[in-house]
Design a protein around this ligand. Structure first.
Ligand code: G
Ligand code: G
Ligand code: MN
Ligand code: NA
Length: 253
C-alpha cells in the first residue's frame, strides 16, 4: 500500500523515466529499434520494475503508468526518426490489465496522432500468458490494434503455454525468445534445441524472432546459426537513457 502511494506521487512528480535497450539485426548488427523499460528512482534508490509493476497491476494505477509510458515512448521515438537511418521502432511492454482496457485502442490512436510516430514504428509486447488467456477477447483486441498498423510481439516466449493454433490465427508479428534460454545456449544442448525450435516455429508461422538476453559474442554466433533475425542484450548495450540511445543511433549511421 505504501509503495502504491509513493508510486502515484512519483508519476505526478515526474520521477519515472524510460530507458531504451537497442534491438539489433543479427545479420549486420545494425540497430533497428529499442525496447522501452521503465525506471523509478525513489529517494535516490532505484526500485526495480519487477517490484513495483506487480503492485501497480493490482489497481488501476497501472493504467495511468502505462499511459505515461506509451506517451513518453512514442514522443521520444518520433524524435529518433531521421533521414539517413531506416525507421526505428519502439517496443512498449503492456501489462495484462492495460491490454484488456476498453480504452486502449482509442488511447493509442490519439498518442500516435499527437506524437506523429508512424503506427508501424510502435510495437506492443504482451506476455505469452496474457496472449493465451480470454482467447476471444484477445483476438478482437489484437485485430483492432493491428488494423491501426501497430505491431504486436509475444514477450518471454517459451516460458508459458501457447496454443499453436491460436498463435497461427492471431495477428502477431514477433516472438521474443525468453532470455532464460540464452544463458546456457552454448553449453546446454537442450537450450540450444529450444531456441532452434522457437526460431523455426516463428519462421513457419511467418513471424520474426528476436532473442533476448544476448550477453556474449559466442551466444551471438550460436544464434546466427539458428537463423534468428533480431536480438537484444548486454552484448550490444544495456538499456540507455533516451539521449544516449539517440547518440548511439547517430554513430550507427
Ligand atoms: O527493465 P527490467 O529491469 O528489469 O524489467 C523487468 C520487468 O519489468 C520485465 O518483465 C519488463 O517486461 C517489465 N517492464 C519494464 N518496463 C515496463 C513497462 O513500462 N510496463 C510494463 N507493464 N512492464 C514493464
Ligand atoms: O520481460 P522483459 O523481456 O520485458 O524484460 C527485459 C529485462 O531483461 C529487463 O530487465 C532488462 O534490463 C533485462 N535484460 C536486458 N538484456 C539483458 C541481458 O543481456 N542479460 C540479462 N541478464 N538481462 C537483460
Ligand atoms: Mn519486454
Ligand atoms: Na522478455
Amino acid at each position: 500500500f505504501r509503495i502504491e502511494s509513493r508510486l502515484q506521487r512519483a508519476l505526478q512528480e515526474g520521477a519515472l523515466r524510460l530507458v531504451y535497450q537497442p534491438q539489433v539485426d543479427v545479420s549486420n548488427e545494425r540497430i533497428v529499434g529499442a525496447e522501452a523499460l521503465l525506471r523509478w528512482t525513489d529517494d535516490g534508490q532505484a526500485v526495480p520494475p519487477a517490484e513495483f509493476i506487480p503492485v501497480a497491476e493490482e489497481t488501476d494505477l497501472i493504467l495511468q503508468i502505462g499511459e505515461w509510458v506509451l506517451r513518453e515512448a512514442c514522443r521520444q521515438a518520433a524524435g529518433w526518426q531521421c533521414s539517413g537511418h531506416a525507421p526505428l521502432s519502439v517496443a512498449v511492454n503492456l501489462s495484462a490489465r492495460q491490454f484488456r482496457d476498453p480504452n486502449l485502442v482509442e488511447l493509442i490512436g490519439s498518442i500516435l496522432r499527437e506524437s506523429g510516430l508512424p503506427p508501424e514504428c510502435l510495437e506492443l509486447e504482451i506476455t505469452e500468458s496474457t496472449l493465451m488467456s480470454r482467447l476471444d477477447d484477445t483476438c478482437q483486441r489484437l485485430q483492432a490494434l493491428s488494423a491501426m498498423g501497430v505491431r504486436m510481439a509475444v514477450d518471454d516466449f517459451g516460458t508459458g503455454y501457447s496454443s499453436l493454433s491460436y498463435l497461427k490465427r492471431f495477428p502477431v508479428s514477433r516472438l521474443k525468445v525468453d532470455q532464460s534460454f540464452m544463458r546456457d545456449l552454448c553449453t546446454d544442448a537442450e537450450d540450444a534445441a529450444i531456441v532452434d525450435a522457437v526460431v523455426a516455429l516463428a519462421r513457419a508461422l511467418g513471424l520474426d524472432a528476436l532473442a533476448e538476453g544476448v550477453e556474449t559474442a559466442e551466444q551471438l554466433e550460436a544464434l546466427r546459426d539458428t537463423g534468428c533475425r533480431y536480438c537484444q542484450g548486454y552484448y550490444f548495450s544495456r538499456p540507455l537513457p533516451a539521449e544516449a540511445f539517440a547518440r548511439l543511433v547517430a554513430v550507427d549511421d
